[in-house]
Design a protein around this ligand. Structure first.
Ligand SMILES: O=C(O)CCC(=O)C(=O)O
Ligand SMILES: [Fe+2]
Length: 290
């Protein structure tokens, strides 16, 4: 049964992380949340760094690059009909260790470290939203477990549990995930999904099961099944960051995502092996299958 569960002790997370639950952890990243100047000082140093952002002007979405300083100015003018959203996977790379040091233990033990560098998802994505910003309606790549920490502002999430009957409603397009060279995909070991539907557009009548909705507040981290369709709406200007997990709980889901995508059949005994070997084996076969 799909549900949302608030967790008071981080030790309880493994008990509830069953692939059918959105977990809400409060007071996460305590040092960074308490001392917000840390992230602001970090971003200040990155003012000239170019990053990717998207503008949604009356439903027309354009993706561009500009310096963080320029984008921060545009964020101030964001509104429902003309909004700005930054989701950048590079800018936090030099601050990753400091940010993750403050992470709840559950987020630190991430088996994506066993992926070769070229196939490893980037550990942290910076997310800055202006008022009215919304992500695409999408499902994350590789069926991983996503996590998303909000430092400032508030945003509403809509999650659609993984119901195959809903697929037509999403008119899905695939977003391959793998080794890239410039804009080209050299080898893809999996996919995420994107939809052009905007559940926040006036009059949107998505013919799918009712979503789970949650308003995320500062200090909260959501941990969620990344293969569920989801979309956010930034109610105020927000600052946050996100990452993903591969662990004991989802190893099979993520590996089967790769084997399905690559059309491979694996020996049942595979799952008896230590996780590092399972990962190495599946990835080697996936690359061979290209
Ligand atoms: O924070 C957002 O606006 C979207 C984030 C998201 O889709 C994710 O963390 O997977
Ligand atoms: Fe996502």
């Amino acid at each position: 049964m799909c549900r949302i569960q608030a967790i008071s002790q981080v030790e309880d997370v493994p008990k509830y992380d069953d692939g059918e639950t959105v977990l809400v952890l409060r007071d996460t990243f305590p040092k960074i949340c308490r001392d917000r100047s840390y992230l602001h000082a970090f971003l200040e140093q990155c003012g000239d760094v170019e990053l990717c952002y998207q503008r949604n002007c009356q439903g027309v979405v354009t993706k561009s690059k500009a310096s963080l300083h320029k984008v921060q100015k545009q964020l101030l003018f964001s509104c429902h009909d003309d909004s700005i959203l930054v989701m950048d996977e590079n800018i936090l790379s030099s601050g990753t260790e400091a940010l993750l040091e403050d992470a709840p233990s559950y987020l630190k033990d991430d088996w994506f470290r066993h992926f070769p560098q070229m196939l490893r998802p980037s550990p942290l994505c910076l997310i800055l939203g202006g008022v009215g910003a919304r992500s695409d309606l999408h499902a994350d790549p590789l069926s991983w477990t996503g996590w998303n920490c909000l430092l400032e502002g508030s945003k509403t999430w809509r999650f659609y549990c993984h119901e195959p009957a809903d697929s037509p409603a999403f008119s899905a397009t695939r977003r391959p995930f793998g080794i890239k060279s410039g804009p080209h995909e050299l080898c893809s070991i999996g996919t995420g999904m994107a939809s052009h539907e905007d559940t926040w557009a006036l009059g949107c009548q998505l013919k799918a099961s009712e979503p789970l909705e949650y308003v995320q507040r500062p200090g909260e981290t959501l941990i969620f099944p990344g293969h569920w369709w989801h979309q956010t709406y930034h109610l105020t200007a927000t600052v946050g960051f996100a990452g993903q997990l591969l662990n004991q709980r989802n190893l099979r889901r993520v590996m089967e995502h790769v084997t399905d995508w690559c059309g491979m059949t694996m020996d049942k005994g595979l799952w008896e092996l230590p996780h590092e070997e399972v990962i190495a084996h599946v990835l080697a076969e996936a690359i061979d299958s290209m």
